[in-house]
Every structure is written in C-alpha cells, then in structure tokens.
Design a protein around this ligand. Structure first.
Ligand code: THU
Length: 134
C-alpha cells in the first residue's frame, strides 16, 4: 500500500530529477522516480547524446540505477515528470514491466497536474519473464 506521503515524495523526486536532465537536443527534460517494494525511491532523468540515437530515457535510467545499486528489485509505483504530462515510451514500458506488475503510474507535468494510469494499461499483453519459464 502506498501512503499519501510516499506518493508526494515520489512526485517531488521525479520533479527534482527532471532538473538534472541532460536534454540539449530535444529541450524536453524528463524526470522519473520509482518506488521499490521495500520503500526506496530511485530517480532518473533523460541523458541525450550528440549521436541522437544513443540518448537514454529517464525511466530506464531509474530502472538501471535500481538494479546497479543492488537491493530489492520489485517496483510498486512510477512517477514521470515532463513539461506537459508526456507518457513513457514503449521501450520504457517494456523495461518497467520486467520489474513491476500492474502498478500505478502517475504522469505529472510542470504545472502540478497528475494523471493516474497503470503499467498494464500502458502496455497490454506485455511480454514478461514469465513467458520464458518452462
Ligand atoms: N524521453 C524520456 O526520457 N522518457 C520517455 O518515456 C519519453 C521520451 C526523453 C527521450 C529524449 O531525451 C526526450 O525525452 C525527447 O524524446
């Protein structure tokens, strides 16, 4: 169960992470924050590159940080913060699905609006690790 305080902290963390974005080419900074099942908040921002295709999204940055920092790896909620309420790209939806069930995804914008959806609403009929077990 996610408390009101946890949700607020997650939203604040995503907004703060957005300030760290390196997005000189798109000028579309994105911040993400994930809440692990053991209560940690891990953030990410998009990191672009002069070779555009090498750019990394905020959500995947956060997931890769979660794994590389060690510890518990299940995600219980996600917040994405953009200027205009943008939604995670398909690649990020798939990567999130590796570590999360049908968890809440809150899309927030710079004005403070919050739109709630879920990971399976964003990625129906996902392909997950369960499909690779015998
Ligand atoms: N971006 C993200 O960080 N997350 C998404 O899910 C959508 C797109 C970034 C990638 C790129 O740096 C910028 O937003 C514009 O596409």
């Amino acid at each position: 169960m996610i408390s009101h305080n946890q949700k607020e902290a997650l939203i604040q963390a995503a907004a703060a992470a957005r300030q760290q974005a390196y997005a000189p080419y798109s000028n579309y900074p994105v911040g993400a924050a994930i809440l692990t099942e053991d209560g940690r908040i891990i953030t990410g921002c998009n990191v672009e590159n002069a070779s555009y295709g090498l750019s990394m999204c905020a959500e995947r940055t956060a997931v890769f940080k979660m794994v590389s920092e060690g510890g518990q790896q299940r995600i219980q909620a996600v917040v994405v913060c953009t200027a205009n309420g943008g939604s995670p790209c398909g690649a990020c939806r798939q990567v999130l699905t590796e570590f999360a069930g049908d968890v809440p995804v809150w899309l927030t914008d710079a004005a403070g609006n919050i739109y709630e959806t879920t990971l399976y609403a964003l990625l129906p009929h996902h392909f997950g690790p369960e499909h690779l077990t015998k």
